[in-house]
Design a protein around this ligand. Structure first.
Ligand code: NAD
Length: 266
């Protein structure tokens, strides 16, 4: 199976190239970067420190969509929406890890999912997808008497806050309580004042250093507190999950899928 990677020079892009090269049964269909990026025209192999492969980093995403069976996208939201249109045009499966998508950009993915298999997940690690299920389960058992706070920390370069994973955990907690995050969200801590609203779900986002990704869901009740925590120490867990998702799309009907489906947890 041939897999293309967009945004290959990024933190996740490099990890994806490495993971594809190390995974049996898959090969690299090509890699893209944004027009004007200094590495456009360089050999893809330079990203991972191996001898020249003869495959160059291109800024023409369409060429990669034509060549690939599936494309993995960890870039920026506006680019992801454009890639969703290319996926329809060339019937290429799409795996999207990019977070912070607007409603319009999400609609572009949904449109692609009418034509091809699309896997979208704010977090592609096995551990976080287990955490999502546990969060829903614990929230259902404890109910609204336990305040839910979701605390996340990421490296200093991350642009969106709270993280897509934190929001997914918020949705899981709300679903466990039989409500929606839209009605329950307390917003991000820095923007809050006054006492806590009963049944609300709060978020706190910390940024600094090289933290790959940490998420805690805190259920705080009268006299006790339960905390569920996941710490990613290497981006390899996201890349492995994304490659597994790309392999899973093969011969799958069109549709918008999550990582829980890929991992067989649904
Ligand atoms: P990054 O900034 O290191 O990499 C993004 C890359 O995309 C950059 O190299 C950039 O030049 C490139 N890019 C921008 N516009 C492009 C275009 N038009 N065509 C091709 N490439 C383009 O960021 P990162 O840390 O790798 O994260 C990327 C995204 O993935 C973020 O939204 C992040 O939140 C998300 N992420 C998701 C998961 C997950 O498991 N779903 C895990 C980690 C990161």
């Amino acid at each position: 199976m041939k897999i293309g990677v967009t945004g290959v020079a990024g933190r996740m892009g490099r990890m994806l190239v490495q993971t594809i090269l190390e995974t049996d049964g898959v090969s690299l269909a090509g890699g893209t970067e944004r027009p004007g990026h200094p590495l456009v025209g360089s050999d893809l192999a330079t990203l991972v420190g191996i001898p020249a492969s003869g495959q160059m980093i291109v800024d023409d995403a369409e060429a990669v969509f034509i060549e690939a069976d599936a494309v993995i996208d960890f870039t920026v939201p506006e680019t992801t929406a454009n890639h969703a249109r290319l996926a329809i045009l060339h019937e290429t499966a799409l795996v999207v890890g990019t977070t912070g998508l607007t409603a319009e950009e999400t609609a572009a993915l949904k449109a692609a999912a009418e034509a091809v298999p699309v896997v979208q997940a704010a977090n592609m690690s096995v551990g976080v997808n287990l955490l999502l299920g546990l969060t829903r389960q614990v929230a259902a058992i404890l109910g609204e008497e336990y305040d839910v706070e979701i605390v996340e920390m990421h490296h200093r370069h991350k642009v969106d806050a709270p993280s897509g994973t934190a929001l997914a955990l918020g949705h899981a907690a709300a679903a466990g309580r039989g409500t929606s995050l839209d009605s329950a969200s307390e917003g991000v801590l820095a923007g809050r004042s006054g006492s806590r609203r009963h049944g609300s779900i709060g978020f706190a986002a910390l940024r600094g250093g090289d933290v790959v990704g940490e998420h805690s869901v805190i259920f705080a009740g009268e006299g006790e507190r339960i905390e569920l925590t996941h710490r990613a120490t290497s981006r390899a867990v996201f890349a492995k999950g994304a490659v597994r998702a790309a392999q899973w799309t093969l011969a799958r009907p069109p549709g918008l899928y999550g990582m829980r489906a890929v991992l067989g947890l649904d």
